[in-house]
Design a protein around this ligand. Sequence first.
Ligand SMILES: Cc1cc2nc3c(=O)[nH]c(=O)nc-3n(C[C@H](O)[C@H](O)[C@H](O)COP(=O)(O)OP(=O)(O)OC[C@H]3O[C@@H](n4cnc5c(N)ncnc54)[C@H](O)[C@@H]3O)c2cc1C
Ligand code: SF4
Length: 504
Amino acid sequence: MSADVVVIGSGAGGAPLSARLARAGLKVTVLEAGLRHPPSSVATDEVAQAGLFWMDERLSAGRDPVAFGRNNSGCGVGGSTLHYTAYTPRAQPDDLRLHSEFGRGVDWPLDFGELERYYDEIEGFLGVSGPAEYPWGPPRRVPYPHPPLPLNGAAELMQRGCEALGLRTSAAANAALSRPQMQEGYGVRHACTHRGFCQAGCATGAKATMDITYLALAEAHGAQLLDGSYVTGLRRSGSRLTGVEYVRGGKEHVLTAGTVVLSAGAIETPRLLLEQGLANRSGQVGRNFMAHTGIQIWGQFAEAVRPNRGIPGSLISEDMHRVDGLVGGYLIQSIGVMPVTYATQFVRGTGTWGHALHEHMRGYNHVAGINILGECLPSEQNFLELSTEQDGRGRPKPRIHFSAGDNERRMTEHAEALMRRIWAAAGAQKVWAFPRAAHTIGTARMGHDPAASVVDPWGRAHDIRNLWISDNSTFPSALAANPALTIMALSLRTADHMLEQGAV
Ligand SMILES: Cc1cc2nc3c(=O)[nH]c(=O)nc-3n(C[C@H](O)[C@H](O)[C@H](O)COP(=O)(O)OP(=O)(O)OC[C@H]3O[C@@H](n4cnc5c(N)ncnc54)[C@H](O)[C@@H]3O)c2cc1C
Ligand code: SF4
């Protein structure tokens, strides 16, 4: 088998680019380790839906080891978008210039204007629901295509608490439909029914997962999508890649390709590169692993909240985008939560078990949470390496070192104090905090300097000219915004650059 372009991984990084290149007439093959999970197969049962996650063991090290498995990355046609909450805020322009502003972190090798036109396009294509006026960031050039979704219980409480403290809030942008939309290559996607199970998959097709949006478009333009195809190696001849090796249906296969795009996410992408000894003249592969500062605050309320109902990502405040004494800032978001996820977090966060746990869970319908997503600075001490332990396939397990830096720790303290005040003002009792890190970011950073980065500003590997990377690994810094929209914007930008340069 052969292809012009082989894309490894079908998430937010791999899917938009695949559609763009297929539409341009290229022969594109997408290899995805996970299976297809169409909306019709999605159960309203978070335990039954566990197959959406990447469950191969990853080793965690450092002072603040990151939880993986169900907590962190997806596996399936659509990647992590199958279980993301679909919050889609844009990055703010100054977050791309942290070093210029603070002398710490790094500047991105591109400016906001280069993302903006892709943000506009993607929001239109996915059918993002959002407010008519958004209080933060540059004014929008085009309105969101759909009005915002109704607030869930936690969002109403957050609104009440923030109002009491004089903080501004806004309905959040969500890649979930508030009214039906025709999707090219898929058909009609129905409006959100507020069932609140976004993190276990969306049964209605309201949520913009990649399988029913960009991958459907890619397939409509002739792309071949092979699910259950686990890539184990990259073939090389001289300074170029010639194809990939993968296992499908228990058999080993080789696909020759003129161009290889790695979109396996910020853990599997560097893992493959390190294993294969590729694209690492800079020594930067696996370096600068980041995870958003993401402390959650939970409380119990007198009124029924029913935290599993409604779109989980409802309300946002970016008033803490800049905080005196911190490098960068954070945004505050309301959370919806399914019962098993809540119980698991409560056990992890408080160590409660047995009778006390049962008693606490009796109050599940009255719990509500808010959390932050905060900047995480790139650091030499946070990195991914290959361990000497092997997984079931005989591949070395990745070990990820993560220790929150001084800025992340102070940001967490600031956010915890503020969110406790918000929750107190909203009437919360029995408040508890769940410090955590969210998302896997960095590990194959982009930059102009081949000695300090893995790929150039368009995602092309400095060392191997027919290898490109399009996923969360190329972010030079974390940005205080949920990452999926920006990953997709970079993905389309990479595809356009490939086409403009005649690089494929
Ligand atoms: C619970 C949860 C909620 C989230 N909510 C939000 C949100 O509201 N908004 C937001 O912006 N972000 C959210 N995120 C984060 C967001 O979903 C991810 O950052 C983003 O989707 C990552 O995209 P990616 O393309 O980098 O990687 P992924 O989506 O992880 O895609 C990588 C794909 O590559 C495949 N793959 C890996 N290795 C191989 C291999 N060897 N061979 C073949 N295939 C392989 C994987 O199976 C996977 O499908 C959330 C994440 C989680 C865990
Ligand atoms: S809340 Fe809406 S978008 Fe989320 S899973 Fe339910 S129907 Fe889909």
